[in-house]
Design a protein around this ligand. Sequence first.
Ligand code: FAD
Length: 412
Amino acid sequence: MTRRDDQIDALIAGGGFAGLTLAVALREALGPSFAVVVADPAIAKNLADDERASAIVAAARRLFETLGIWRSVAADAQPILDMVVTDSRLGDAVRPVFLTFAGEIEPGEPFAHMVENRFLIAALVGKARALGIELRATAVADFSNHLPKAEAIDIKFADGGTISTRSLIAADGARSSIRERAGIAVHGWNYGQSAIVINVGHEREHGGRAEEHFLPAGPFAILPLKGRRSSIVWTETSAEAERIVALPDQAFHAELEQRFKLHLGEITTVGTRRVHPLGFFVARSFIAERISLVGDAAHLIHPIAGQGLNMGLKDVAALAEVIVDAARLGLDPGAADVLERYQRWRRFDTMTMGLATDTLNRLFSNRSAALRLLRDVGLGMVDRLPALKRVFMREAAGLVGEVPKLLRGEAL
Ligand SMILES: Cc1cc2nc3c(=O)[nH]c(=O)nc-3n(C[C@H](O)[C@H](O)[C@H](O)COP(=O)(O)OP(=O)(O)OC[C@H]3O[C@@H](n4cnc5c(N)ncnc54)[C@H](O)[C@@H]3O)c2cc1C
């Protein structure tokens, strides 16, 4: 089925990591004859000043390498060379280490890299522009997909423009208005927890070590950045997080140091303190008539395992693969069977990973002595079983299950 001249093939609403990566993947595979537009009111601005960093796991790095994006961020990416996990109370003088992981998934291939969000978004925008992808600085305000079996969706932009597209991809984040307009509900809950995110500088080298300290209020993660710097993701109850970020500098520093400790020497905070309320949801459906959801629009998970964006990139790789397969056969990229294939591929896997992170958070974010004993025995056992550790590592690196081609490092 061919499209009309006044129609495009894919409109991607949202120019965050998920939306831009999908646009690049489609253009790389199908060339300019497959018309893709990305619309986002904050395009190229939204994350340019984002001081956060993300753990990009091995599978996601393979995807970025295949799409020619990794080379733009590689120099600023810090490989995670090993990880330690501890479980203690805030006042404990010594934190016994229960679990350690050496950081390579294959010889010479680190399990993950820490990449600052602003570098990754700049690389994605640069690549999209170089490929000639149209980036429109406006929001999708409305659309009509109410006619069953209609050949396209008519989109209205917030700037008054309109476009007709054979498929609409909602990459518009956790509060997706497209998901809502399409009538797709979500299953989920709030944790009553928030993550304080801040970067710190320290006197000594971190040696590429990531640390996850399970404290009663929630995990306190120290994630290595290039240079003598680390990114902190620090979970507290929401009320406590608000109290802590509002503290004067000296008092905030004391709270931070109590959790960070002094093993890397004196620490200094760099940049702004930010608070992110934490919740969990998975959309009841990842698709509707000519619509598919990707990234945080489809699911939101606890950052405990640093998997949110990596899951979104898995959606992107799977959706790109099904669309490319259909387009190469001359099929309609928004047809129900194409979108069904995407949903079958991703929804169950998302549920599994989402519930795993939820269980992990519930198991560790509490003060029960019995649970503490149970989880510490569990961690200790995993630590003594190298084969099991390897399974966990490969799972966390995104290399288990039906892995889409881009995440295996294969071009579409
Ligand atoms: C504290 C914290 C730490 C994290 N750490 C990690 C980590 O280490 N590793 C990891 O994998 N993940 C991590 N995550 C998760 C990760 O940040 C998100 O999963 C990821 O940013 C989501 O990307 P996205 O492109 O789906 O959505 P977003 O980044 O939210 O982008 C959505 C875009 O859509 C645009 N938009 C909104 N409405 C419209 C509209 N109507 N029309 C057009 N555009 C619209 C917005 O302007 C925005 O640019 C973390 C999250 C938190 C809170």
